[in-house]
Design a protein around this ligand. Structure first.
Ligand code: FES
Length: 113
């Protein structure tokens, strides 16, 4: 089940610039792209660099460290990379950005349900 979180102050965010934001207990990256808001993993799966210094080329996110590329819609890494990033759903409601994070239940909650 998805939990929707409002992201504050997005009106001051520049288009095509990547920002790190706190969403619930997670830290993720968001980007106001030409095709809308994108929300995705904060760290690159290649060597753990933050995407905040990366950039966007068309529908691809590029990590600034070693130039791994990821599709912004599917999260899939380019051919031969063998990696992927998590893409979070976004929605706009009353001009506010919301990001959906899958709610996880703790081990004990699952065990004693
Ligand atoms: S850390 Fe992102 S490409 Fe290496």
């Amino acid at each position: 089940m998805l939990q929707w979180y409002k992201i504050d102050k997005t009106s001051s965010y520049d288009e095509n610039r990547i920002y790190e934001v706190e969403v619930g207990s997670n830290r993720i990256c968001i980007l106001h792209h030409v095709s809308g808001w994108k929300a995705f993993s904060r760290k690159c799966p290649h060597a753990g660099a933050s995407f905040v210094t990366g950039w966007c080329e068309g529908e691809e996110l590029v990590c600034s460290y070693h130039r791994h590329r990821f599709n912004l819609n599917t999260g899939k890494g380019c051919t031969n990379q063998g990696n992927y990033i998590k893409i979070y759903p976004t929605r706009i409601e009353n001009n506010e950005l919301y990001v959906g994070i899958k709610k996880t239940r703790s081990f004990f909650t699952q065990l004693f349900k």
